[in-house]
Design a protein around this ligand. Structure first.
Ligand SMILES: [Zn+2]
Length: 280
C-alpha cells in the first residue's frame, strides 16, 4: 500500500513555522480583499485595513489577551466509544496542530490582577466543533467559576455541533446552558466574545447566553450555513447577512471590539462589574 510521505508537524513546530513566515510574504484579507505584507498582520493577526481578526490558535489567543493563564482539565478528550478509524485520524491531526486534547482550551486567567474563568474555542480543532468532551470542559469551567465566585469570558469559534458524535454532541448545548444558568443565578458575570466563525449549535446555546456579547470585526455569526438557507427559503440572502456588524444592527451583539482593543475592553468590563464596584 502506498504510504503518504507527508508528516503532520507538531503544534510547537507549526507555531515556529508560522512565526517564521517572512515579513515580505503577501497576504490577502478574506473580507476586504486588501493585499498586504504579512509583517502588517502584527502580533494580533488582524487585517490592517478592515480590522478582521484572522483565525488563530487558542494558545496564541491566550498569549495576546491574558496576563497569566493556568490551564485546567487539559486531559479531557473524546471517549473511545465514539471513535472509528476516520474520526480517530481527524482527532490525531487536530491534537497535533493545536496542541490541545479538545476543541476548547479552559483555565483561570488574569487581567490586570482580576481573576477570570476563561474558555477559548480553537477553530483549527475540527472546526472548533462542539463534541461531548468540549461540552464537558465548558460545563466544568462554569461549575468551577460558580464555586469560586468568578466571572467567565468565553471566546467562541465553531462550526457547530460535531456530527461524528450525533445526539451526544447536540445534548451539550443544553448541558452547557444549564451550567451557564446556574452561574447566572449566583449573580456572576458572563462575557462572550464571538470570533470568526460562530455558528450552529454553539450560536444556539452558550454563545448567545452571555450577559454581555462582544464580537470581533466581520466575524461570521449565524446558525445554518448560507447554502442551507438559500435552498430552504428559495431566496438569496444579502451578502453580509451573517456578519457581526449585521447581527449587531439587529440587537444580538452589544459591541464590536478590535482584537487589539480586546484586552483593554475586557479589563474595563470586569472592573466595572466586580462586586466592590457594584451599586446596591
Ligand atoms: Zn480586511
Amino acid at each position: 500500500m502506498l504510504q503518504s510521505r507527508f508528516k503532520m508537524p507538531s503544534h510547537d513546530e507549526l507555531v515556529k513555522r508560522m512565526d517564521a513566515i517572512p515579513d515580505h510574504v503577501l497576504r490577502e484579507c478574506p473580507i476586504c480583499h486588501a493585499k498586504f505584507l504579512s509583517m502588517r498582520l502584527g502580533r494580533d493577526h488582524t487585517c490592517p485595513k478592515c480590522g478582521y481578526g484572522f483565525r488563530i490558535l487558542a494558545k496564541r489567543r491566550v498569549k495576546i489577551t491574558f496576563d497569566k493563564f493556568t490551564e485546567i482539565d487539559q486531559n479531557i478528550t473524546v471517549p473511545d466509544r465514539y471513535t472509528d478509524e476516520k474520526y480517530r485520524a481527524k482527532i490525531a491531526k487536530a491534537k497535533k496542530v493545536t496542541g490541545l486534547n479538545e476543541s476548547v482550551l479552559t483555565g483561570i486567567g488574569s487581567l490586570n490582577k482580576q481573576q477570570v474563568a476563561v474558555g477559548i474555542m480553537d477553530p483549527f480543532w475540527i472546526m472548533g466543533s462542539l463534541g461531548s468532551a468540549t461540552g464537558e470542559k465548558i460545563t466544568r469551567l462554569f461549575e468551577l467559576a460558580t464555586r469560586k465566585d468568578l466571572p467567565v469570558v468565553m471566546f467562541t469559534s465553531s462550526g457547530g455541533a460535531r456530527m461524528q458524535e450525533g445526539l451526544h454532541s447536540l445534548m451539550q448545548m443544553a448541558k452547557v446552558s444549564s451550567a451557564v444558568a446556574e452561574h447566572s443565578a449566583a449573580g456572576l458575570l458572563y462575557i462572550v466574545v464571538l470570533c470568526d466563525p460562530t455558528t450552529g449549535g454553539v450560536t444556539a446555546s452558550f454563545a448567545m447566553d452571555g450577559d454581555i456579547i462582544l464580537a470581533e470585526p466581520h466575524a461570521l455569526v449565524g446558525f445554518a450555513g448560507r447554502r442551507v438557507i438559500e435552498q430552504t427559503i428559495m431566496q438569496t440572502p444579502p451578502k453580509d447577512f451573517q456578519s457581526a456588524e449585521t447581527v449587531m444592527k439587529h440587537g444580538f451583539i452589544d459591541q464590536i471590539v478590535k482584537r487589539s482593543d480586546m484586552k483593554k475592553t475586557l479589563t474595563q468590563l470586569l472592573r466595572l462589574h466586580t462586586k466592590e464596584n457594584a451599586y446596591g
